[in-house]
Design a protein around this ligand. Sequence first.
Ligand SMILES: [Fe+2]
Ligand SMILES: [Fe+2]
Length: 192
Amino acid sequence: MDDRNVWRSRAAALVEASLSRPRLNHSREVARLASELCDRFHADEEKGYIAGIAHDLARELDISEMLLLAETDGLPLRDWEKANPLLLHGRAAAAILMKHTGFKDAETLQAIRDHVTGRGAMGPISKIVFAADFLEPKRDFVSPEFRRRTLGLSLDEMVLAVLERKIHFVRAAAKEVAVDAQALREELTTHA
Ligand SMILES: [Fe+2]
Ligand SMILES: [Fe+2]
């Protein structure tokens, strides 16, 4: 087994030991779709797989634990994150993966952090995992038509379509749109 397969197996084993069956199935679908998209958009398939399988590692933790883990990345906790700590499950997941496997690839860890709200200036792995999290086929709130159409777009168009749909859900729930999500929207609509 080469080095890359070792990380892939370690991440998958950790996820299997940590998550409920439905979330494990979701994570596997995200990893599978992220791998496919990496292949299509000439990004590193292994990074896409590992970010995809590990992205929700912290999603089933208590909020207090999530907060503690998220802070270990050394970045500040922003007001909008404190107001809605569930948004920190990406930062916490990256911290868990690092802590329990020793995995250190910056681009992959950043994609795990970015999957919840997106962010301005995301790299290709972050964009792919952000889109795959929403578009994997087990998501019952995504229509087959939206999935098919969106998966046919360019990567930036795909991310924007997913982002608009996520913002729509956030507003429908009378919640604030995260600052990082607004920055991503601004970037993608300005440069479109
Ligand atoms: Fe998530
Ligand atoms: Fe997810």
